[in-house]
Design a protein around this ligand. Structure first.
Ligand SMILES: [Zn+2]
Length: 585
């Protein structure tokens, strides 16, 4: 490289689409779209905001949050070093920039993600900042515009990163209830936890030309299915063809489209619908007290589970992962037989399919009627194959959604049993809108007006697990695991190779005692001496006792109060990160 190269690089840039050498200023005047081939280059958040909002109207929202490393995560680099590097190279405090502004004279709140910052990954701070932008929109009674660009969850924050999908989704739900428009603009790339939450559970979903969006990434799907992907898979045009976005918009038309949509939706909206905006402080404190009263003490006494990692002889996280995956481990249908009575299975999503990886229906728990929904694996290879290894398709998530809503209408509490490696990483799952199906379940559970009790019984794999696990109380069997990504997947990305899975399992803090300390899980249900598969009857007895102890107090709480408390439960994962960190020590 010659001495003049840096200067030339500032003046010229090479198009990633057609390799043309383009004069930088001309490219920027053209909104970073190649005039030769139409390639839309990725934009940082500041430039995106500049293109979208009215000049002089931008007011940035605060972007500083307390530094946090809730898991004290170390792969080949400690997480704080990665954060420092991202800040230095992007000039941003975090992977999202939030603001209020006007667009064509219409006031909005905006949250714009920046892929340059650790791949736009969804950590606690990003979730908290987007949630605050949504809350600002609610306070100001303005629409919320989200511009997404993300590889998915932030692995270094483990299950707390997963919780952000629920935190932001419930803020979207609040805007939905208040009759305020939410719009997401998908830009390239939008994947994983972001795709399966606020990128797709908004009122309107626009895809910028050239954007790709999906739950599972193309590399993962190719690896798992061993098949070549169809031409144009997960591109904006693919998403439009499969009914997953409202429109595909060229960058030069994006601002104009937003102006038109904001104008149209404003016209039909009553000036000030009578929606409660904020609880007065005293009432909020009372609710917090109610919450404290309802929440039972976490680990102590409930589980008899010693502190993993601190006590000699305690099972290593990787051993727990293998126990959670043991083919003899009781499945949802086993528990329906041993813990519940009178199970009547209900089938179908009413949209054309019945997914065998999700079973659900009405049953009785100690004489009380409940709706039970769970992932079904199997004990033999044939059973596992027939049940797609417990990996739900979009039809499975939509069946679960139908049963949750039915339960709320009938006044039945919902009990979910979570045991899945994750959502189905296949081509047709993506074609059928996997991300949006998961996103809608998460949002619906945040506001479902009936008690919801979730139990992680085996594997709680990322968004596919969370789609059944946004609950008033989340229990976890002692040898279950719950994680934002599989240890193998995490190792393949952050370590030199997949053989580091045992280290990744430890770093991810995916065991029941760790998650209890982080507040992700409320109670650990102990297993018989070695593991659940050695004594399924005793495991069932303990699970039944834990279900009853946790469900009965919820039955007395009025539905509106339940929903408020559930919201508080999932709201605290962004704000109280310092406390979560202290809890791990
Ligand atoms: Zn080009």
């Amino acid at each position: 490289m010659t001495a003049t190269a840096p200067r030339e690089e500032q003046l010229w840039s090479r198009c990633a689409g057609c390799a043309s050498l383009l004069y930088r200023k001309r490219l920027r005047r053209n909104l970073d779209v190649c005039p030769e081939c139409g390639e839309h280059a990725r934009l940082g958040a500041p430039e995106r905001l500049r293109q979208l909002v009215d000049p002089g109207s931008l007011r940035l929202l605060p972007d500083r949050l307390p530094e946090a490393d809730p898991l004290e995560f170390v792969d080949v680099l400690p997480y704080p070093h990665r954060l420092t590097g991202a800040r230095a190279s992007s000039g941003l405090a975090e992977g999202v920039v939030c603001a209020t502004a006007t667009i064509g004279g219409h006031p909005v709140a905006l949250a714009v993600m920046d892929f340059r910052f650790l791949g736009g990954s969804l950590g606690c701070a990003v979730g908290e900042l987007i949630t605050r932008a949504a809350e600002r929109a609610l306070d100001d009674r303005t629409p919320l515009v989200l511009v997404t660009a993300s590889g998915g969850a932030r692995m270094q924050e483990g299950a707390l990163s997963l919780m952000q999908m629920a935190t932001v989704s419930q803020a979207i739900a609040a805007l939905r209830e208040a009759g305020l428009l939410t719009v997401s603009v998908l830009t390239d790339p939008t994947y994983g936890g972001v795709a399966a939450s606020f990128a797709t559970n908004t009122d309107l979903v626009l895809a910028e030309s050239g954007a790709r969006m999906g739950f599972a990434g193309p590399r993962v799907i190719r690896q798992i299915t061993g098949r070549a992907l169809p031409e144009g898979f997960q591109t904006a045009d693919f998403l439009l063809r499969h009914g997953q976005v409202d429109m595909v918009v060229q960058r030069r038309s994006l601002r104009g489209r937003l102006v038109a949509l904001l104008a149209a939706t404003r016209a039909g909206r009553p000036a000030r619908p009578p929606v409660p905006r904020q609880e007065p402080a005293s009432r909020r404190e009372r609710l917090a007290d109610d919450g404290a009263a309802l929440a039972r003490p976490a680990v102590e006494g409930d589980a008899g589970t010693p502190e993993a990692g601190d006590t000699p002889g305690v099972r290593d996280a990787w051993d727990t992962v293998r126990t959670a995956r043991h083919p003899g481990r009781p499945t949802t249908l086993d528990y329906l037989d041993s813990v519940f009575d009178g199970f009547v299975e209900l089938h179908g999503d009413r949209l054309g399919a019945d997914c065998p990886a999700i079973v659900g229906g009405v049953a009785r728990l100690a004489g009380r009627h409940v709706m039970v929904i769970g992932h079904q694996k199997g004990h033999t290879t044939a059973e596992l194959v027939a049940r797609n290894f417990g990996m739900a398709s979009p039809a499975g998530h939509r069946k679960a959604l139908r049963l949750m809503r039915l339960a709320a209408r009938l006044g039945l509490p919902v009990v979910t049993l979570v045991d899945t490696p994750g959502a189905d990483p296949g081509v047709s799952a993506e074609e059928q809108g996997q991300a949006a199906a998961i996103a809608e379940n998460i949002l619906t559970l945040t506001v479902l007006p009936t008690p919801v009790l979730a139990v992680i019984t085996g594997e709680g794999g990322s968004g596919g697990a969370l789609a059944l696990a946004v609950a008033d109380r989340v229990l976890m069997l002692e040898n279950a695991v719950y994680s934002v990504i599989s240890p193998e997947g995490c190792a393949a990305i952050l370590w030199p190779d997949r053989s580091a899975a045992p280290q990744a399992a430890r770093a991810l803090r995916l065991t029941a005692p760790d998650l209890c300390r982080l507040g992700v899980v409320d109670e650990v249900v102990s297993e018989p001496t070695s593991a659940a598969h050695d004594d399924p009857a005793e495991t069932a007895r303990r699970l039944r006792a834990a279900l009853l102890a946790n469900l009965l107090p919820l039955l007395d709480v009025p539905p509106a109060m339940l929903v408020r408390l559930r919201r508080q439960r999932f709201r605290r994962f962004g704000a109280n990160r310092a406390g979560a960190r202290a809890g791990l020590r």
